[in-house]
Design a protein around this ligand. Structure first.
Ligand code: GRF
Length: 225
């Protein structure tokens, strides 16, 4: 990676408010994240993140899942839309759809997701609520390669946050979200700088070494990563 290397073309998929999208837009603008966000695509026409993309001058598109009769047809339309932008990486940033095996396999090794839990704990929805109900003392966020197993692909980066006794879903969500916004631009940077890959056997590789555990980002180490 050097100054002459063109930025990595990226397509970002969203379904909602797009705060993670915003953190990536900001990292491109302020921290030289070496990517070009070619498009932001939403499956929901009312997703607030579309306005964030508009404001940043990024092309937007909507592939409304409610207009498709089944998952496979929707995924094909979504893939057709993504392909218009020829991304080297697809970033799921609060994209709330389960993807078909064909779609996932097409983007194998070039699709990342962010999930608000310490995977493999708490895959699926409503993670903050479920962590509170479990009485666990620790929660967090994970960035992983997307594979066919929902929230099950190799985890590359995590941050942990404490769960306090007086926490509500709102306070815990906010604490995790702050970490999400630090982590996603960093993992995308690793990929864009060709430090991070998925190998042929489905393992994540960072700086040439197979990852047996994810990198855990702690607050003090943020500046040095
Ligand atoms: C985030 O908590 C993300 O981890 C989860 O969905 C939420 C999306 O938030 N997958 P936002 O749209 O990025 O604000």
């Amino acid at each position: 990676m050097n100054a002459a290397t063109p930025p990595l073309p990226v397509v970002i998929l969203i379904s909602g408010r797009g705060s993670n999208l915003q953190s990536i837009i900001d990292a491109v603008a302020n921290d030289n994240l070496p990517i070009e966000i070619r498009a932001v695509i939403s499956n929901r026409p009312a997703a607030g993140g579309l306005q964030r993309a508009d404001r940043a001058g990024i092309t937007t598109a909507v592939v409304d899942h409610s207009l498709y009769s089944d998952r496979a047809t929707f995924d094909q339309a979504l893939q057709d839309c993504i392909e218009c932008f020829q991304p080297g990486l697809v970033v799921l940033a609060g994209f709330m759809r389960i993807l078909t095996a064909g779609f996932v396999s097409h983007y194998q090794g070039r699709m990342l997701n962010i999930h608000p839990s310490l995977l493999p704990e708490f895959p699926g929805l409503n993670t903050h609520q479920r962590v509170l109900e479990s009485g666990g003392k620790q929660h967090g966020v994970s960035i992983h390669f997307v594979t066919e197993a929902v929230d099950g692909g190799p985890v590359v980066l995590q941050a942990r946050v404490p769960v306090h006794q007086q926490d509500t879903v709102e306070t815990l969500t906010a604490r995790v979200l702050e970490q999400e916004h630090r982590l996603y631009p960093l993992a995308i940077r690793w990929f864009a700088e060709q430090r991070l890959q998925l190998d042929d056997t489905g393992n994540a590789v960072l700086d040439g070494a197979r990852m047996t555990t994810p990198v855990i980002l702690i607050p003090e180490s943020a500046a040095s990563c």
